[in-house]
Design a protein around this ligand. Structure first.
Ligand SMILES: NC(=O)c1ccc[n+]([C@@H]2O[C@H](COP(=O)([O-])OP(=O)(O)OC[C@H]3O[C@@H](n4cnc5c(N)ncnc54)[C@H](OP(=O)(O)O)[C@@H]3O)[C@@H](O)[C@H]2O)c1
Length: 342
């Protein structure tokens, strides 16, 4: 069990980024370690999840949560250990997932809508998996693909950002449904990993000059489901190859997050092909998260689902590391291992 840290390093939003995130967009502040009040917990962050949505939260634009305000601790999901508890449902030593923020220790409410999730002890999975294949990104892939994509055996599913946290799980789940699965990713190495280790039927590197022809050749029966993570030219190209009445799972539009440009695909194609386009935010499925985690965990235990991660060391690395999501530096789930000063 951890001893109580003597300092709390926090990253507070100092300015809104333009383009890539810069270290100067944050103030690093070393403060005192707070004490939890009644009903609260003191949590030491072990792993911080870096997500494309962090970049969106930094913008003062309309979105699904309020933007992070200048001067606030940067919002972020993490896995941490309870150091002190003033709530009957938690005790010191428990591992929890919650909105810890970009800081070494956090005070969280033990109840209410944002209460952290306590991990049952003794689960046979590495801790980072609870922020990846068994965490929000895995759950996003699960509900997005199965509830909105509705894939049937024999259909063709295309996944963009396929070697990332959500995409790698979505593609593996589509394989488990008996689909032909084609991934789109940014390097030959990632494509080799998708086909060689994750069982994708084909993977296309969108940096190849002839990637659109490669995609067409990889989908000889047309595309039934687009699990869309990227938007822009990639989305337009996939939509052009879709079959009538295909389903588009609009999970993310990462190609526009740094520029603020709208990266939606062509709506004339949606009309002509009578496509169903379903936007979703995983928070809407919060009451059903456990259902997804149980199934994902079972697949992992059976060796049918693989978790992959890219781990960066130290909270100080978080601002620069966030850019890995935009230049393709990560494979699987991107995390920061947070070392706490004593
Ligand atoms: N709707 C929801 O509730 C929900 C929840 C979680 C995530 N998401 C969305 O899901 C998507 C994936 O998120 P994630 O956390 O799993 O991230 P991720 O896929 O692990 O990382 C992002 C990946 O996107 C690719 N990428 C970045 N910019 C690109 C561009 N301009 N063109 C093509 N590819 C680009 C990069 O891989 P390459 O090397 O292949 O370029 C990068 O590794 C994001 O759009 C995110 O916003 C949505």
């Amino acid at each position: 069990m951890s001893t109580r840290p003597t300092r709390n390093r926090q990253f507070r939003l100092a300015s809104r980024p333009e383009g890539k995130v810069q270290r100067s967009n944050f103030d690093a502040v070393d403060g005192d370690v707070p004490s939890p009040g009644a009903g609260q917990l003191l949590v030491r962050t072990k792993y911080l999840s870096l997500d494309p949505t962090n970049r969106v939260w930094m913008q003062d634009i309309e979105q699904y949560l309020p933007p992070v305000q200048i001067g606030e601790v940067m919002r972020g999901v993490g896995l941490g250990e309870v150091i002190e508890s003033q709530h009957p449902d938690f005790k010191a030593g428990d591992l929890v997932i919650g909105m810890v923020g970009w800081q070494e220790v956090a005070v969280l409410d033990g109840g209410g809508p944002n209460k952290p999730t306590r991990l049952p002890p003794g689960l046979p999975f590495p801790e980072p998996a609870f922020l990846g294949a068994l965490g929000v990104t895995g759950i996003t892939a699960y509900f997005g693909l199965l509830e909105l994509g509705k894939p049937k055996a024999g259909e063709t599913v295309v996944v963009s950002a396929a070697a990332g946290a959500v995409g790698s799980v979505a593609g593996q789940i589509a394989k488990l449904q008996g689909c032909r699965v084609v991934g789109i990713a940014g390097s030959a190495d990632k494509c080799a990993w998708l086909t060689g280790e994750l069982g994708f039927d084909a993977a296309i590197c969108y940096r190849d000059a002839d990637w659109k022809e490669q995609l067409r050749a990889a989908c000889p029966e047309g595309i039934d489901v687009d699990f869309e993570n990227v938007g822009g030219d990639i989305m337009s190209t996939v939509l052009a190859g879709m079959n009538l009445h295909g389903r588009v799972v609009l999970c993310g539009l990462i190609s526009g997050y740094n520029t603020g440009k709208r990266m939606l695909g062509p709506f004339d194609t949606v009309l002509m092909k009578r496509l169903t386009v379903s936007g979703f935010i995983i928070l809407d499925y919060a009451p059903r998260f456990m259902e997804a985690v149980m199934q994902l965990g079972q697949w992992m235990m059976q060796g049918k689902l693989r978790h992959a991660d890219t781990i960066v060391d130290g909270l100080d690395a978080a601002p620069e590391a966030l850019n890995m999501l935009f230049d393709g530096g990560n494979r699987g789930k991107l995390l920061v291992r947070v070392a706490v000063s004593q």
